[in-house]
Design a protein around this ligand. Structure first.
Ligand code: PRP
Ligand code: URA
Length: 209
């Protein structure tokens, strides 16, 4: 079974609370999504591989560690995942960015792929798949399926709010994909929205409704 990491840092908990508030406007919402993504990136990259290197400080030679240079890709699930990309890129500027476009069919609630553009060497990259919401788990499950069909083998999933059901679905479908969640909510409503959640993440980010 994959590892689930739920953020317990006070700054993240505070910012997720602000994000949930219905009185938070689009500008502040975008800023919060960005800031939480930066803070979560710290946790989601904790196990990146490192290698030893020789450097020289102004005082002496030393052996130290740097990232081993394994290539990374950030892959947002469109649209709402876009809001998390800049935060991650600010910490990992050399990462490439792929995009997967999915929407939930309002009748069947099943994910439909409408766009996919990935770095050509996606199979060799460590992938951070991002989407603010993990509700039924259908979108993330399908996005990971699409990534694997294109050769991806090393994937982690980062979201701001996950439902208990979404976590279960994802862990069952993709036991190799670790999950990083800003918060976990227990319930989904009849429209598969997370309760209490934060509403529609895409609409709140982009001011559509
Ligand atoms: C939202 C959200 C996820 C998905 C989660 O996107 O950003 O992608 O729903 O739900 P699930 O876990 O039940 O699949 P939505 O389909 O509303 O599209 P949007 O990003 O374009 O708003
Ligand atoms: N998508 C959202 O944006 N919010 C939810 O609560 C569920 C799916």
């Amino acid at each position: 079974m994959s590892k689930l990491t739920v953020m317990d840092h006070p700054l993240i908990i505070h910012k997720v609370s602000m994000l949930r508030d219905k009185n938070t406007g689009a500008k502040e919402f975008r800023e919060l999504v960005n800031e939480i993504s930066v803070l979560m990136a710290y946790e989601a990259t904790r196990d990146l591989s490192m290698e030893e290197t020789e450097i020289e400080t102004p005082i002496a030679k030393m052996t130290t560690k740097i990232l081993s240079g394994k290539k990374l890709a950030i892959v947002p699930i469109l649209r709402a995942g876009l809001g998390m990309v800049d935060g991650l890129l600010s910490l990992i500027p050399v990462a490439k960015v792929g995009h997967i476009g999915l929407y939930r069919d309002p009748e069947t609630l099943q994910p439909v792929e409408y766009y996919c553009k990935l770095p050509s060497d996606i199979a060799e990259r460590e992938i951070i798949l991002v989407d603010p919401m993990l509700a039924t788990g259908g979108s993330a499950e399908a996005a990971i399926e699409f990534l694997k069909e294109r050769g991806a083998a090393n994937i982690r999933f980062m979201c701001l709010i996950a439902s208990r059901k979404g976590i279960e679905v994802l862990q069952k479908a993709h036991p190799d994909v670790d999950i990083y969640a800003g918060a976990v909510d227990e319930v989904l409503n009849d429209h598969a929205y997370i309760v209490p959640g934060l509403g529609d993440a895409g609409d709140r980010l982009f001011g559509t409704k």
